[in-house]
Ligand binder design. Structure first.
Ligand code: PCA
Length: 152
């Protein structure tokens, strides 16, 4: 099993979450909410208003998201879904657990590592875009996420 931290469209209540809970794609079990130990710029970019974590530690904000335990099949599926390695890359990030999970013996405040889909390449202006600490497709930013099937 692998741990993966999701911060964008894959979170609960966000547009791509259904792909994570579709058992045809593999297994994913929600573990706990978490926040990155370091700051990163989380930006909304491209004409489709996609969400990207730029691998520039120390800039931006500490990012809130969710940790899942996934099997090999789901990890491979998500790599394909996130277009690794062209669009996103799968890197490792340090996280602070926000809520306890009995089974995993995680306690609030404990530090763990998980995979994260950070951005492979980005436009020069992306680091100066507004940054967020907790992505919501329907947030005040008003930047409407364009689902995969509607992209041209
Ligand atoms: N999906 C992945 C990376 C960005 C996105 O929209 C996630 O939620 O973590």
């Amino acid at each position: 099993m692998h741990h993966i931290f999701v911060y964008g469209s894959l979170k609960r209540g966000q547009p791509n979450h259904p792909y994570m809970i579709d058992s045809n794609n593999g297994k994913a079990e929600f573990l706990c909410p978490a926040v990155t130990v370091q700051k990163f710029p989380l930006v909304i970019a491209t004409k489709y208003n996609l969400v990207f974590l730029l691998n520039l530690p120390g800039q931006g904000k500490r990012i809130h998201g969710e940790i899942y335990k996934v099997d090999e099949k789901m990890l491979k599926y998500l790599d394909w879904f996130e277009k690794v390695p062209t669009m996103y890359q799968r890197t490792v990030v340090e996280l602070e657990v926000k809520m306890a999970d009995k089974e995993e013996k995680l306690s609030p405040g404990s530090i763990m590592e998980a995979f994260v889909y950070s951005t492979t390449t980005y436009q020069p202006d992306w680091p100066s875009l507004p940054t967020y600490d907790n992505y919501d497709a329907n947030g005040d930013h008003g930047l409407k996420f364009v689902p995969r099937e509607d992209r041209k």
